[in-house]
Design a protein around this ligand. Structure first.
Ligand code: KG4
Ligand code: ZN
Length: 373
């Protein structure tokens, strides 16, 4: 046979058994502490972190690309990918330095390989595979959404389970049945826009600065949440899915008129009017998120509620979910991701990887990025 060798005949494709044996020889038999280097490049943050035993954060380095995407009002994949390429090795080197770890202290390399922008993910995946190969360390593939969920577990020891987990980010709005870090079961997801996406788009309509979520929250602080009754789409009495495109359109019509000719209405709105729209929009989104979480909690008889993802940084959402949990009979424990680990970071990747490490769930060097997951 001529042509380039396939991955199988150059030995990259391993059977589970072969891989387990190889990694078995790499993992020291007795090791008090497991250090994982985590890598995250799914969207517009280049991040690396070292976490010990899934809980102790030794370092967390994030190179944000907000400035690069600001003028486009959203993430431009090509720009994101190029910025990851530029930053990935300096960020990893800084994470290793801050943690005071050398390659011999690292037990595994973990990387978020799905879901996300494939041309962004591929940068982290390639870096992780290169280090795994060069340093002879096990490689661990992490689902970015499951990692967001893990960030809510960071400071918790053995919460009562099952829990219902709400992950709200720029690309996803998901509810999970959570019984173990390794197998969260998807209960519902968005059928159109994600909650964070709606925040970002409404901020653009209101001409508020990028990224939209924090800008809306800031503007809403001075507004009346009951000023405008925006629609709350529940998708029927039993659905655990979400739809936020209707509310986004409602805000657009409110600001520009049904015929969309009122282009300049936002320019002539007072600060108070803008604040009222922001507060009313935010209240409607939170209302839906809380009611659906309550519905899911009832369905699986959840003992606790987990909250993670970029939108989980929103104080009003945190407060509303806390009220829901406190007033439940019996009350439910609310576990919220620390603010610095709500938006994308690599601590959540390295933390979740610890549990995959313990379970022997390793990837091989054929690992690829995937847009969905
Ligand atoms: O998890 P994340 O960093 O990236 C994705 O995986 O998508 O989430 C980013 C999203 C953006 O849509 C941003 O506007 C939103 O989280 N966000 C917020 C807040 N902070 C960030 N949304 C509402 N309120 C906030 N305080
Ligand atoms: Zn994310």
């Amino acid at each position: 046979m001529t042509g380039a060798p396939s991955s199988a005949n150059i030995g990259l494709m391993e059977t589970e058994e072969k891989r387990a044996t190889r990694y078995d020889s790499l993992v020291p038999k007795v090791r008090d502490t497991i250090h994982v280097l985590g890598i995250e490049t799914s969207c517009d943050e280049t991040a690396a972190a070292v976490v010990a035993d899934g809980k102790v954060v030794k370092s967390s380095v994030i190179a944000s690309q907000t400035k690069l995407h600001e003028k486009y009002g959203g993430v431009v994949p090509e720009i994101a990918s190029r910025a990851h390429i530029e930053k990935i090795y300096p960020v990893i080197a800084e994470a290793m330095e801050q943690a005071g770890t050398g390659k011999d202290d690292i037990d595994a390399i973990a990387v978020a390989n799905q879901p996300g922008l494939t041309i962004a993910l591929v940068v982290g995946v390639t870096a992780a595979k290169t280090l795994s190969f060069a340093w002879d360390k096990p490689l661990i593939a992490i689902n970015h959404l499951h990692a967001h969920l893990q960030s809510a577990m960071l400071s918790q020891d053995n919460p009562q389970l099952p829990a219902v987990a709400l992950i709200v980010s720029g690309g996803h709005t998901c509810l999970y049945d959570y019984r173990s870090p390794l197998e969260p079961k998807l209960l519902g997801t968005t059928i159109d826009d994600a909650a964070g996406e709606a925040f970002d788009k409404v901020a653009t309509i209101l001409k508020l600065p990028y990224p939209g979520g924090p800008s809306i929250e800031k503007a809403a602080a001075n507004g009346n949440p009951d000023a405008i009754k925006f629609p709350r789409s529940m998708l029927g009495p039993k659905s655990l899915d979400f739809s936020f495109s209707g509310i986004k359109t409602a805000v657009l019509y409110y600001c520009r008129g049904q015929d969309m000719k009122g282009e300049n209405k936002v320019d002539s709105m007072s600060r108070q009017e803008i604040a009222d729209v922001a507060a009313s929009f935010q209240a409607a989104i939170i209302d839906v998120l809380v009611k659906k979480t309550q519905r899911a909690a009832k369905k699986i008889d959840a003992k606790a509620v987990l909250l993670g993802g970029g939108v989980a940084a929103n104080n009003e959402l945190r407060t509303a979910l806390r009220q829901m949990c406190d007033s439940a009979v019996p009350p439910k424990k609310l576990l919220v991701a620390p603010k610095q680990y709500c938006t994308d970071n690599a601590v959540m990747v390295a933390s979740l990887a610890y549990y995959k490490f313990k379970a022997g769930l390793f990837a091989d060097l054929t690992l690829e990025p995937k847009a969905t997951g």
